[in-house]
Design a protein around this ligand. Structure first.
Ligand code: C5P
Length: 235
């Protein structure tokens, strides 16, 4: 897979978050959107409910997979988990960069070179007080950039970051790492629980390679029309 996002059409840069409790609900959406979106993100909720079968089923419908398992364990275990994900034909996979250099390197070694291995820096649900509580006294942005550097030095392909961290990450790393960002809301869309959302166009202008979008598409009356409008607005 060629991950040069800037060479892709905007549609290929959109990742649909399949945040559903059952495979039936997820597959109903994939049937409607499969040829029209970039990738489908299967996260902990759906994977815990429907496991490897849902990954195979989405692939059978022509969907490409971003498996968002945010792996964080001892290096050996993470390496083997990456191999298992790889055997499913997953194209993007997440690990936590806070797992440290040896864990990241084990994941990188285990990953098929075609796979885009992504590192999570600091979850956006974590505020500075929560970070301090876990023993990290550095300011948030400094910590995010430190983890991103650790990832980049260890050979990670990209990071997942909030839209507001995209510009500093892009400044620090140029085109060396891919940046995937959730927290996207088209102009005028409901914010839901996203507090510091950005529009698709603004996130791409800030330097994001891929946008993770859930409810603005998955909860729309016509998900295909919502996706198409986002693509039009993004260019
Ligand atoms: O529905 P919505 O567009 O808010 O979905 C965004 C997706 O991105 C969800 O799967 C959510 O878990 C994920 N996500 C996020 N913010 C982060 C990391 C992941 O919204 N910081």
């Amino acid at each position: 897979m060629n991950w040069q996002a800037t060479e892709m059409n905007p549609r290929a840069r959109i990742i649909i978050a399949l945040d559903f409790p059952t495979s039936e609900a997820a597959l109903a959406l994939v049937r409607r959107l499969s040829p029209h979106a970039g990738l489908f993100k299967i996260g902990l909720q759906l994977y815990t409910a429907a496991g490897r079968e849902i990954v195979r089923a989405v692939r059978d419908l022509g969907g490409r997979i971003f498996l968002d398992l945010k792996l964080h364990d001892i290096p050996h275990t993470v390496g083997r988990a990456v191999e298992s994900a790889d055997s499913l034909g997953v194209e993007m996979l997440t690990i936590h960069l806070s797992g440290g250099r040896a864990m990241i390197e084990a994941a990188v070694r285990a990953a098929n070179p075609e796979m885009l291995l992504l590192g999570v820096t600091v979850l956006t649900s974590i505020d500075p007080a929560t970070l301090r509580e876990t023993g990290v006294d550095a300011p948030m942005e400094e910590h995010v950039l430190r983890l991103a550097r650790l990832g980049a030095e260890s050979g990670i392909g990209g990071v997942v970051a909030s839209p507001h961290e995209v510009a500093p990450l892009r400044r620090a790393y140029g085109s060396k790492i891919k940046i995937v960002t959730p927290g996207i809301r088209p102009r005028g869309a409901a914010a839901d629980d996203q507090r510091r959302a950005m529009t698709p166009a603004d996130a791409l202008t800030a330097g994001a390679d891929f946008l993770v979008i859930g409810r603005p598409i998955t909860a729309a009356q016509n998900p295909r029309a919502a996706l198409d409008q986002i693509v039009v607005d993004a260019v």
